[in-house]
Design a protein around this ligand. Structure first.
Ligand SMILES: Cc1cc2nc3c(=O)[nH]c(=O)nc-3n(C[C@H](O)[C@H](O)[C@H](O)COP(=O)(O)O)c2cc1C
Length: 295
């Protein structure tokens, strides 16, 4: 599971400082505005939902032993299933795990509860079978649509949890190591069920030192049509990642041996230059077994 589980070690101190710009529409559209510049659109909106979204931040592993009250966990689950879902199929399953050792083995993290979100059509298949229908939700489009519905349920849970004062970590730790363990540990069906992401819920035992920023402006938000970044805008993006006050990156120590944060990102984190993929990944083998890959 190794290095990636310790991302939190990269995070350094300093909170993003608040700014007090006027919220004019011209300001909103300013292409080169930094994430810090836009923060007031949410934080000073006077709207509780937007403020909750503004205050979202991930806890990277340091959850306390405090237990989420059962009725609040149920509120989070009920909020989660309110998310948009294609064809009203709710093509997912949410597996609630409270055993902390099991959580650790599943995803490398532990909190008060773990919600494992799987793209899953087995409930629907059972309904079809009971009525005499042969329903085969095969292929990549089923997986894409199912994943979209699943992920929307995840983020709805994240926001609901935060509104209740519960912290979270979305993690793909379930895809590290031998992925078959997830099927084995949770009795997942082999067909038409694929573990997509785990959401660990709990309470921070220590506040993160700062709020992470987000890249904003040109190349992220496009108006009316796709905008290819100009050379200047690409340089501006590189500069923004280098600006440690914006907290856009994973690591603040990149400048020890790299000119830009993006040099560190591509070479050290994303492994660019290490060669192309030369064999099928276990993720794809299991996707094929799930019947979610096209023939
Ligand atoms: C698919 C996915 C997998 C992730 N896996 C991890 C993980 O294993 N460990 C981790 O610390 N952060 C992980 N993250 C990142 C955090 O959940 C979080 O989004 C990110 O650190 C941004 O921080 P913030 O929420 O504090 O702004 C993952 C995010 C996504 C969407």
């Amino acid at each position: 599971m190794g290095k990636k589980l310790h991302r939190r070690n990269f995070f350094q101190k300093f909170f993003l400082s608040g700014t007090g710009f006027l919220l004019t529409s011209a300001f909103f559209r300013k292409a080169n505005a930094s994430p810090k510049d836009h923060a007031p659109l949410l934080s000073q909106s006077g709207n509780d939902t937007l403020k909750t979204i503004h205050n979202l931040r991930t806890i990277h592993g340091n959850f306390s032993n405090k237990v989420i009250p059962e009725h609040q966990l149920q509120q989070v689950l009920q909020a989660s299933i309110q998310a948009p879902n294609a064809s009203a199929l709710q093509s997912y399953s949410i597996i609630v795990v409270k055993d902390r050792n099991k959580m650790k083995e599943l995803c490398g993290y532990q909190g008060s509860a773990l919600l494992l979100y799987c793209v899953d059509y087995n409930r629907l298949k059972a309904g079809a079978r009971s009525l005499g229908y042969d329903y085969h939700p095969d292929g990549i489009m089923r997986f894409i649509t199912g994943s979209t519905s699943t992920i929307l349920a995840v983020q709805t849970a994240v926001i609901a949890a935060k509104a209740l004062g519960i912290d979270s970590l979305a993690t793909n730790g379930i895809h590290r190591g031998d992925m078959q363990r997830i099927w084995n540990m949770l009795d997942l069906p082999e067909n038409h069920c694929y573990p997509l992401i785990a959401l660990v819920l709990g309470y921070a035992d220590q506040e993160p030192a700062f709020h992470k920023g987000r890249l904003d402006g040109a190349g992220v938000i496009h108006y009316e049509k796709y905008h290819q970044l100009t050379t200047d805008e690409i340089e501006e993006m590189t500069r923004k990642y280098d600006d440690k006050d914006l907290h856009l990156g994973l690591n603040d120590n990149w400048d020890k041996d790299h000119k830009h944060y993006l040099d560190w990102l591509f070479t050290r984190w994303l492994g660019v230059g290490a060669g192309r993929m030369d064999k099928e990944s276990q993720a794809f083998t299991l996707l094929k077994r799930s019947q979610f890959a096209d023939l």
